[in-house]
Unconditional design. Sequence first.
Length: 482
Amino acid sequence: MQYQSTRDSSLRVSASEAIVRGLAPQSGLFVPECFPRVDLEGWKHLSYPALAQKVLAGYLTDYRADFLQDATETTYGAAFGGNAGQTVKVQDGLYALELWHGPTCAFKDYALQLMPKLLVEAKHNLDRRETTRILVATSGDTGKAALAGYAGLEGIEIQVFYPNAGTSEIQRLQMATQTGDNVQVYAVQGNFDDAQTGVKKVFADETVAQELAGRNICLSSANSINWGRLAPQIVYYFYAYFRLVEQGAVAWGAPVDFCVPTGNFGDILAGYYAKQMGLPVGKLVCASNKNNVLTDFIRTGTYDARRTFYKTASPSMDILISSNLERLLFHLSGSSEKVRGWMQELAQTGVYTVDAETLAKIQEHFAAGFAGDEEGAAEIRTRFAQDNYLCDTHTAVAFRVAEECRREAPMVVLSTASPFKFPRDVLSALGSTAPESDFAAMAALTKKTGVQAPQSLRELDKLPVRFTQVIEPDNIRAAALG
């Protein structure tokens, strides 16, 4: 399997090269040149680690089979407590794919517990011996998951940039208390798009690459712009489908719809890859919060980032520039020239419009909706009152949008974070006055619902804070060179 750039389809690299580089030249993204077809019948009874090995083997063809087997077994075992890919019934026809049972209590664990192993092996495959410096822009969950995955790895350094006052207190402390001599964490004045744009500028700056190369350092990324981050997320769509078949929720071969709360479009794009591989996916429903640029795009074909940015109760979705959408545009338009033009328009004017043919293809696979904080809070109340199901603010947005888009097919909502990562908002949604402290709110939420908070979150306030530096977006370059 070779990989090409969304902005230059003539470029071809191996999976290892794509993962080591992270970003293609001209700020393009690496995509596979084809979609491997799969043996659904032979996969349906596999364990999560074994299924992950099969899915990844189709894409990472230059990786050894014994490496993939060991990597998936050690990643998706004890760290997920036997709950990897857990799919539960919420009510008839509505299910939750709970992706927060990993070590940092968010769906990013599925990729970022495995991706460090993929990067180290890629360097081995390519005989690369330089230090890899990983730059990560995060709206909350990616940062901690990446830090946890890469901390302490030899030959790897990682720098995380998050929006100052743009995450929950739990998310901030998860990052600020991270141990490891090879980690750095910076708060960035501004929003996630400011942090992400700053990181992308560093990757595109040849003078940065040259200076670091002189010190035997190369840059890479753990954001979902890196193929090694996206590929592992394909797995849980297959796993959830097989579990629904086992539960009698869907007939073998009949379609299932998935509703995904997303800002950067990576998690839902993984569902598109699963569908192209042969999984019976019906509609992929894109759920946005008040920053509903993706909803408007999927409905109209015009991507317009020239709008007010809102800080919401679902901060991991507070994004106006959705990087992974570029991959979908390449696959559906079949033209790196078109994609390059659209991305140039976006950078220069803040808006672009795709052609009618591309929009029709998007709408064939995707639907979209959005919900504000009030609607999300109401959904948290409803799900708990009616179904005794407790969800976080991001999942609540998806539940609300899923209700609007329900069809005859079963609907699976991707539950992307533990409700205890956002305890004040969840507690308030349930009608209680939330304490100022997230940790007091966690205790109150447990008392009100009978649901126990994950131990890793309960103990965060006992850990020493290591990182407090706040920088301007323009200083991301200097930090990356540090």
